[in-house]
Design a protein around this ligand. Structure first.
Ligand SMILES: *Cc1c(COP(=O)(O)O)cnc(C)c1O
Length: 428
């Protein structure tokens, strides 16, 4: 590269990758191996002691995964990253580096359903307690802070799509109280929103969705913003206290502004084990090469479909921040002027039964529980993902009987609109 600062499209293709030193291979090789040979015992000792960077065993790092890590760190503007087996693993290892038993973190109520489960139930086994705040009211985050609060967690574009979070306002509260601010940037991706510019300290991704982008690989990424000062902060012993596993090394002292990424690797990934397969890293990297093209097309297509649905007689409401009349339109203009993403919900006059008929009549849309595929996807949450909840719980989760969620793909928008029209007709 030249000494120009590369633009986003260039980074999406080149960051972290160079022709393979051994073979000249231009595409990133898939290092499909469990382990790497040491030069000698001293080399092994320096790797295990964290005195040298290098490869030991694919559970704690792999050269194909390393390209993915560098690529996502560059796109987000972070100092370093860690690739892991899934988005949930990224969330878990992030919390594992920050939380001790009895600690609390504050999370926005509007989150991916799996994250709500993870926070409410699984984390209880570790003594980590979630305190919920109102996604649209930053003052509720500040009001929830106690001396046990170790982190604040939000999604930039929040589930079930169509919710733009005021990152700057919540980031300012986190900074004022010296609490790390974690942003799940899965739905926006760094093409639409770069949370480090608004006060995030740590970014997590489900690479399963738009980063990979083709519905073929589960993966996750943690990105260190390098902005939080862990040194001397007794609240974060994983980072600021001597680590017995590493001869008393203090990670924040040795690794400075990428100590968080190191902690999630050498303590979290090493001991908990959710490693990303090099093959999946390759597929996710392949996806990222076209991330800016895809995200623009996803957003443009979603806006066209949302506009069409907003004028349809069977539709009672559409929640898409790209629409001028939407309650989040001003936040969308501020945080994601290029587009508001692929995922949104709308309501059917015909209620529950119309929702069930719609998903069974769609032909081009696939009826499944994922987002962020080249293909357009649909789900009627009340009859599927949220079926086990009560009516009241469903309504609070934004999954009332009439709600349908779409993840708009990269097809011709006219074909998507025609498919929705025929299915709405059949469902009426
Ligand atoms: C899917 C998703 C996750 C979980 O990711 P997995 O890769 O499925 O483990 C977390 N956050 C958001 C916003 C998601 O959409």
């Amino acid at each position: 590269m030249t000494d120009r600062t590369p633009g986003f499209h260039t980074l999406a293709i080149h960051a972290g990758a160079a022709p393979d030193a051994a073979t000249g291979a231009r595409a990133t090789p898939i290092y499909q191996t469990t382990s790497f040979v040491f030069d000698d015992v001293d080399h092994a000792a320096s790797l295990f002691g964290l005195q040298a960077f290098g490869n030991i065993y694919t559970r704690i790092g792999n050269p194909t995964c390393a390209v993915l890590e560098e690529r996502v760190a560059a796109l987000e503007g972070g100092t370093a990253a860690l690739a892991v087996a899934s988005g949930h693993a990224a969330e878990f290892l992030t919390m594992h580096a920050l939380m001790q038993p009895g600690d609390e973190f504050i999370a926005a109520r509007k989150l991916y359903g799996g994250s709500i489960n993870q926070f409410n139930h699984s984390y209880k086994n570790f003594g980590w307690n979630v305190v919920w705040a109102e996604t649209d009211d930053p003052s509720t985050f500040e009001a929830a802070i106690t001396e046990r609060t170790k982190a604040i967690f939000v999604e930039s574009i929040a589930n079930p799509g169509g919710v733009i979070v005021d990152l700057e306002a919540i980031g300012a509260i986190a900074k004022k109280h010296k609490i790390p601010f974690i942003v799940d940037n899965t739905m926006a991706t760094p093409y639409l929103i770069r949370p480090f510019e608004y006060g995030a300290d740590i970014i997590v991704h489900s690479a399963t969705k738009f980063l990979g982008g083709h519905g073929n690989s589960i993966g996750g990424v943690i990105v260190d913003g390098g902005s939080f000062n862990w040194m001397g902060d007794d609240r974060y012993p994983m980072l600021s206290k001597p680590r017995p596993e590493y001869g008393g090394m203090v990670l924040a002292e040795t690794f400075g502004n990428f100590a968080f990424a190191i902690a999630t690797r050498v303590l979290g990934l090493r001991d908990m084990g959710p490693a990303l397969s090099p093959f999946n890293a390759f597929l996710i990297l392949q996806g990222i090469e076209t991330l800016p093209l895809r995200m623009q097309r996803h957003s443009d297509n979603a806006l066209k479909v949302a506009e069409h649905l907003a004028g349809h007689k069977a539709v009672s409401w559409v929640s898409y921040p790209g629409l001028r009349t939407d309650r989040y339109h001003n936040l969308a203009k501020r945080y994601c002027p290029k587009g508001a993403g692929a995922v949104f919900t709308f309501g059917l006059h015909g209620g529950y039964d119309a929702g069930v008929r719609l998903v069974s009549n769609l032909k081009l849309f696939s009826h499944l529980a994922n987002i962020g595929d080249t293909r357009s996807l649909v789900i009627h949450p009340a009859s599927t993902t949220h079926r086990q909840l009560t009516d009241e719980q469903r309504r609070i989760a934004g999954a009332g009987p009439e709600v349908v969620r779409l993840s708009i793909g990269l097809e011709d928008p006219e074909d998507l609109i025609a498919d929705l029209d025929q299915a709405l007709e059949a469902a009426a």
